[in-house]
Design a binder for this molecule. Structure first.
Ligand code: SAM
Length: 271
C-alpha cells in the first residue's frame, strides 16, 4: 500500500451504523481468500457494492488498478475519497438499490465483475436488481448471510429451494465457495456468512423465453408453496397446459427443476 493512508491510521474511528448493515471484515485470512476467489486482473472492470472501510477495496485496487464502488454512507465515502486517488477509485455515493445498473454497464464495453460484502438487509433485492444486467456481467462474488447462499444454490426437493434459487439459477451458474465465521467481522454479526460465485450464462445458452413471464410463473408457483401447481398456477395456466408443458399439475413448486419453470413460462407465452 506504499505510504498511502491506511484505514487504521485514518483520523477518528468510524462508528458502525446498524441501519446500513455495517459489519466490517477485519480478518486478513478471509480478505485474502475472497480476493483470491475473485481473481482480479489488471484492466478488469470491478464494481464493489458497499466498500465500507475498504477491507476488500484496497487489495482489489492493488490487483486490478482501478475499481468503481457504490457506498451509501457519506462518512465512509469521505474516508474512501481521502484514502484512494481518483485514478484508483471511482466512487458513486448512493444507494446500490437505486442506481441505474444498465447505464453503468453500458458506459464501457468491458463486462462488469461485481463484488461485495453485501449489506444483509438489502441483499435479496440487490440480487434481483442485478438480474436485468446479467448479460453485461462477467462474474459476481458476494458475501451474504450463509442461509441466503444456501437458498441461492439449493437443489429441488429441499427446504431451501425456492423463488430465489430458481430466479438466480436460471441466469447464473452459482457456486457456494466457503463459509466465513462471525468473528471475521467487527462488530461480529449474529449469523454465519458465505461467499457465492455467480457466473451468468451466455446469451446463446439461455432458453428463448420471456423473462417477465418466467418471473411471473416462478412467483405464482412459490407464492403458495403448499399448494399444488394446479391451484397455485390457476390464474396463469390451465391444468391441461401445465400437463402439455410436461409438468405434473399435482406436483409442488419446490420439487421442480429450473427447466420445468422454463417449460411453464413457454406454455404461458403460447396460451
Ligand atoms: N465491504 C466492507 C467490508 O467487507 O468490510 C463493508 C461491508 S458492510 C457488511 C456493508 C457496506 O454496505 C457498508 O459499508 C454500508 O455502509 C454499505 N451499504 C449499506 N446499504 C447500502 C446500499 N443500499 N447501497 C450501497 N451501500 C450500502
Amino acid at each position: 500500500m506504499g505510504d498511502r493512508l491506511t484505514e487504521k491510521s485514518a483520523p477518528g474511528r468510524h462508528r458502525p451504523r446498524k441501519r446500513f448493515s455495517q459489519n466490517f471484515l477485519h480478518d486478513a485470512h478471509y480478505v485474502a481468500r475472497i480476493v483470491a476467489a475473485i481473481e482480479p486482473r489488471p484492466g478488469d472492470r470491478l464494481v464493489e457494492i458497499g466498500p465500507g472501510l475498504g477491507a476488500l477495496t484496497a487489495p482489489l485496487i492493488e490487483r486490478a488498478g482501478h475499481l468503481t464502488a457504490v457506498e451509501i454512507d457519506r462518512e465512509l465515502a469521505a474516508r474512501l475519497r481521502a484514502r484512494f486517488a481518483p485514478r484508483e477509485l471511482t466512487l458513486i455515493e448512493g444507494d446500490a438499490l437505486k442506481i441505474d445498473w444498465a447505464a453503468l454497464a453500458a458506459a464501457d464495453a468491458r463486462p462488469l465483475s461485481i463484488v461485495g460484502n453485501l449489506p444483509y438487509h438489502v441483499s435479496t433485492p440487490l440480487l434481483f436488481a442485478l438480474l436485468p444486467v446479467a448479460q453485461r456481467v462477467r462474474s459476481q462474488h458476494f458475501m451474504l448471510q450463509k442461509e441466503v447462499v444456501d437458498r441461492i444454490v439449493a437443489t429441488p426437493g429441499g427446504k431451501d429451494y425456492g423463488r430465489l434459487s430458481v430466479m438466480l439459477q436460471f441466469r447464473y451458474r452459482v457456486t457456494r465457495l466457503f463459509v466465513v465465521p462471525p468473528g471475521a467481522f467487527s462488530p461480529a454479526p449474529k449469523v454465519y456468512s458465505a461467499i457465492v460465485r455467480m457466473v451468468p450464462y451466455a446469451a446463446h445458452e439461455l432458453p428463448e423465453i420471456d423473462a417477465d413471464q418466467f418471473a411471473r410463473v416462478v412467483a405464482a408457483a412459490f407464492g403458495q408453496r403448499r399448494k399444488t401447481l394446479r391451484n397455485a398456477l390457476a390464474p396463469l395456466l390451465s391444468e391441461a397446459r401445465i400437463r402439455a408443458a410436461g409438468v405434473d399439475p399435482a406436483a409442488r413448486a419446490e420439487t421442480l427443476p429450473v427447466a420445468a419453470f422454463v417449460a411453464l413460462a413457454a406454455a404461458m407465452a403460447a396460451a
